[in-house]
Each structure stands twice: as C-alpha cells, then as structure tokens.
Design a protein around this ligand. Sequence first.
Ligand SMILES: [Zn+2]
Length: 317
Amino acid sequence: MSELVFGVDLGGTETKIGLVDEAGGIVGKRIIQSRVSDRSELLVTRIADTIAAMISQASVDQESVLGVGIGSPGSIDREKGVVLFSPNFPNWDNMELKQKIEEKTRLETFLENDANAFILGEWAFGKHAGSQNMIGITLGTGIGGGIISHGQLIIGADGFGGELGHVIVEPGGPLCGCGSHGCIEAIASAPSISRLASEVKKRFPESSMFRQGTTPSTKEIFQTASEGDVAAGIVLERVYTALSVAIGNYIHIFNPRYVVLGGGVSRAGKPLLDGIRDRVGRYTMTSFRDTCEIVLSELFEDAGIKGAASIVFYKLS
Ligand SMILES: [Zn+2]
C-alpha cells in the first residue's frame, strides 16, 4: 500500500485538508470553515476530527499514514511546532499546534510556514519535482518566498530566512506592512498592485481600469492592460520591473534552476510571465544567462494541500 500523508492548508477563511499519496494524488479532500473568531481550540479540534473521519471513510489503515503536514501563514517555531503569531488567526498567539494535533490524531505532525510549504510542494509534486535548486514566490495578499538549495530548505540561523517578499527594490518606495519602504511586497502583492493603479487615477481618469471603481482588482488591471490601456500598462511596467529586479537578485545569490511563481496574482499567467522573462536579463550578469527558468506553478487550487503534505515527505526523506 502506498504511503499517505495529510496536508492541512490553514487559511483565514477556509482550512483545506487533503489525504495525499506519495505521487501527489489527492485521495480525499475536505474543506472546513476556519471561523477564526472562535475559541482557539475549536479549529484544532475540528481539524483533528476531520482527519479521523477521513481515515475511517477512506478505509485506510492508520499505519499507512506517515503524518500530518501543516502549512501556516505567519511566524512559526518549526522545531516546537508552535504558531507564534499569525495575522489570519488573531486568537492563536503561541498556539502549540503540533502537540495538540499529535495528541488528538496520534499522527506525527510537522509545521512549516505556507511559503516554504509552497516550494516544498513544487519540489515533491510540481512539474520540475526533484530539482534540487529552486525558489518559490507566492504572489498573493502578501509575497512569500521559499528557497531549496542542494535539496535543503534554506531557513537561516533563526529559521526566519527566505523572506523574499521583503527584499527592497525601490528604496524610499511605498510603505510595506513590515515597516520598510519599497519591499517587493509593497509593489507586487495583489493589494499593492491595486493601490498603484488607484494612484494613477488622477493622471488617467479616463482609463478603463476604473470602469468598476477607483481601486481595480489585479484581474481588471491585467485585463485592461491586455486591451492596450496605457495607464494599466504603466502600472504593470512598474510591477514587472520590481519583480525582475528582485528575481535577478535571487538568481545571483542562489543560482536556482527554477523560479516558480504561485499565488493569486500568478493566475494572470502569460502576460506576467512574459513581463518578467523579458526584463530579468537586464538585472542579471551574462554568466547566469539560460541557467534559470521562470515558470508558473501548475498545482493550482490544491497547491496549498500538496505543499502542506510535502512537508512530511521532506522531513522524513
Ligand atoms: Zn516589507
């Protein structure tokens, strides 16, 4: 019988729980409401109950389940398996998630931050699975990063490393949620792209970006840019340049074989990919030419579950 693991993708609205086989196949999947305002223990109990129900429903032998991987937003202590602080889970300061899930499920549990889980998911199950040198960037509400170098997740001395979203590309630029100015997150996250668009409204009041209101969604911005809208093009030029500068820096430091883009903004697809691919060469030395491919994640909506599940395969490999 193949080896199975649970992947738990913690989200502010929904928590997705999947039973995943070693090839990345989803054997079972449940989505539960996170209800983050509930007493902190309740979601933990519901996750454990869901896992127990899935084991009995899939009629799998508990022995064939290697463990539970949890991808969590926010700051974590991966050794102790504690969520230190997560903006999505205001009642969860110092939540001993690993210990509580292990007590309730009797399954070995591993915790990792969601951006590291994303690149582990690519390393385990993505199109370029098995590549020993890859970087993941999640472009969503924030920008997360994860680095695999020589098959190892790079986390640094204190485990905080890999914060690729807070590399500064415009000194003195827009204020970032972290307190710095000009981080890549302050320019190329979904809310930042919308904010940049709203800032050009004075200059381009007629732009079709503003058909629906003064703060267009990233989808609307990419759409209107593809229709030839000048203002949307200016906004995206800044986004592509910022991402290309940042990725050029990552390439110089880590010499990755692949840079994998995921998260909601990556759904923009080819225009985003072309926008970065066309520019990144300007910011990298010629010796790096053709050493690295920038690609979009193909794991789509199950990327969170598969990423979380891959934590277990990575830890036990
Ligand atoms: Zn920042």
